[in-house]
Each structure stands twice: as C-alpha cells, then as structure tokens.
Design a protein around this ligand. Sequence first.
Ligand SMILES: [Zn+2]
Length: 465
Amino acid sequence: MKFKQAGVNRANLMLVSVILVLGLWLLVDREQLKKAATLKAAEVIGNIAVSSMPDDVAGGFHNIPIEVRSLAPGVYQASGISNTHLIVTTEGNVLFDAGISIQAAQQLSLLKEKSDALVKYIILSHSHADHIGGVRFWREDTTDIVVHREFAEEQRYLLELEPYFWNRSRTLFPWMPEKPTTNTLLAYARIHSTIEVDERDYRFTLGGREFVVLSTPGAEGADNMSLWLPAEKILFTGDTLGPLFPQFPNIFTMRGEKVRKPREYIDSLNKLLALNAVLLVPSHHNAIKGAETIRAGLVRIRDATRYVHDQTVKGMNEGKSLNELMTEIRLPARLQLTQEHGKVSWAVRSIWEYYATWFHFESTTDLYPRPVSEVYVELAEMAGSDALLFKARTFLDQLEPVKTLHLLEIVLAAEPVNHAALGLRLRTLKMLLYQALAGDDNNYEKDYLRRRIAVTEDALQDLPG
Ligand SMILES: [Zn+2]
C-alpha cells in the first residue's frame, strides 16, 4: 500500500514536473515577448517625443540619426542625441553609457544585431538623464552597474529638485511637456549601482580585454567617469569634455545645477592627457582621431580652464569687483576655444561664488530680501516714463543694450503694458541676440534671448489697438 502510494506520488510528481517545465517554458517565452513589446512601446513613444522638438533647439542634437558604427574590432557606437557604446568580448559584453530614454530602445535593438551576448557591465559616465535612460532596457539580473562614488548624491539632488530644474529648463525650451513624465519607460531612472569607483579608478579584464574605468570629475558634475581601453588606446569620455571638442567647459549651467569644480577638472584633464589616446570617443557627436589632435585639444582646454581660474583668483585677491573681472577676463589668442557650451564670463562668476559665496561686500542691501526692484515703481514715478524711455533709447544708440534693459525694467515695473517700453525691449533683445549670433557665443544665452523675445512679442500682441 505504502509502495503503491509512492508510485502514484511518483506519477503525480512527474505530471507536476512536466506542467512546471511547460509553464516555465511558456513563462520565459512570455517574458521575452513582454520585453520585446516594452522595447517597441518605448521606441514608439520615444519617436513621438523626438519629433515634437523644434529644429532650432540647442545644438540640434535630436536631428542626429540613430545608427551603429564600428569604432574598432568589437567596439560599436550607436549614435543619437547621446551615444551608447557596446564593447564585445568572448565572455560577455560591456556597455558604456545607456543613452537618453526616448532613443535607448532603438539604440539597443541596433546594437543587439552586432552582438546579443549577455551584458556583464554597464558603465555610466555620469548621472545625467541623457546617459542613463537605457539602463532599464539593458540590465540583466547579473549585470554589474558601475558608477562614480558621487553618482548617488548627484542623482539624489537632481531628483529632489526635479520640479525646480524642470521649470527652468522649460523657460529655455518651452516645447517640453509641462511636468516631468511619470511614464515608467521614460522617467528619469533611479539607478541602483553595484560597483562604485573613486579616485583610485577601477580595472577589470573580461574575455581578454582590459578595461580601466577612470574617475574624471569636474566638467559636467562631480560624478564624471571615462573608460580607457589600454590595448586599443581608445578613450571614452562621456561628457567629461562636453558635447564639443575642444570647447571651454560649462562650469555654470543655465538650467541650474551645482557649480563644477575647476581645479578638480584640471586634474582630470591631466589624467586623460597622460594616456596618449589615439581615438577619443565622447558620448555626444563623433569620435576624434589622432593622438596629436587629441593632445592639442586636451592641453588647450586644460590651460584655458586654468587661466580663467587663476585670473579670477588673482583679481579677487587684488580687490577687484566681480563685474570688473567678468568684463576683463578674456581667453588669450593661444587659448581661444568655442564658448557655445561654457562661457568665460559666467565661469568667472561661478568660480568667484564657488570660493566666496554670494555676498560680495558691495551692497549692504544684498544681505536682505529687499531687491532694488522694490523701489522701481517709485523711481519711475519720480523720473517719469518719458524721461526713462528717452535715456533707454540713448543707451541703445550707444550700443549699451544691458543698460537699456535696466531702465526698461523700471518703466515696466510701474506700467507693465507700456507699449513703447515693450517695443524697445523687443528691439534691445534682438540686438543682444544679433550680437550673440554674430560672435561665437553661448547656445543657452541664445536660447534664453529667443525665449524672452517670444514673451515680449506675445505681450505686444495682447495689447489693445
Ligand atoms: Zn550629455
């Protein structure tokens, strides 16, 4: 009886096993189907998001096609708003940067055509949304996520201040949705890392390839990292060198973020220089070839950053005012760099305030929440708007548009819909934009001016008659 029961049990057990295996097989298949459907959905939503961006948005990054190119044997780059890199080895793959969420699914499917092997490591150059969006699609249970030690803190404050930063960005880019997305496929990722890298860097070998993850903070945040392939002499820099090469670094960002430390950045550049890379692969735009070109660019960025830093510190010690230094400090001819991304005069201010904070001992009133604008209405009444507008026009004729704007702010504080003042503000903003376009000026400055022009045009249109 006992034996018979055991036989029945054995038969039951076999049946249960078959069902389990079948179920598991179905489940695995469903998991894969689910994954494929998720990727497709992300691709479709992403395409809609990208197509809603206007053509003249900062740098036109979204016009860059998503395609895969081979940088070296087994080293692939998927281009787009930001690049994703896949490095293939015989023991599994390594990913450097995971792209922006609205393009990551498409980049993934193209890169998987090159190699579908398990991704053993995902290395993230920093915590900005355009570099980590695809982690949710790439990560497997066993994948190690490698980030800088400061990544968690950078991610924390970017998330904690997300509504504030979002509103600032929307002022620059009004086509952005009103609020950050809550769509789980596209929202700013909350990354949980498994390996943290500090100033000692992090080395590993996989399938015979050597990888060195370098801590290179300073230019786009305290958590910047680069990846060095010593055998191939390929250097992936993420955003350590910014979107253009070579460029003056963005120590200050208009959309709002913590100030980047200039001295730390100089140390990072020295670290990169010592490698003698032959191929430089930033996570925006194309790779740069040639040891000499790379060296010359890195030296120039380092020396220009050091120059602006040292001149600011010198001026502070000599008792010069911040405004004097913002006007005086210019890059010498031998250190000229594009200021489309980072602007020298703003860097001067950022360095000053990084060291000495916001109170400059210039006006007692700065200590109190009573800005000069609180007496604008009284000033306008005393001076009269005609006299103020006359002087404002004179300043504009003398090519002093900022002084014109100061006077217009006084007039408009008293009479927010003064037609002549709004008309003059429009002309003044257009002059500033014209000057910015004619020079090698900052892209964010141009975006901000364009936005102020649009706001002024709307205000003029709303006026009766
Ligand atoms: Zn970026």
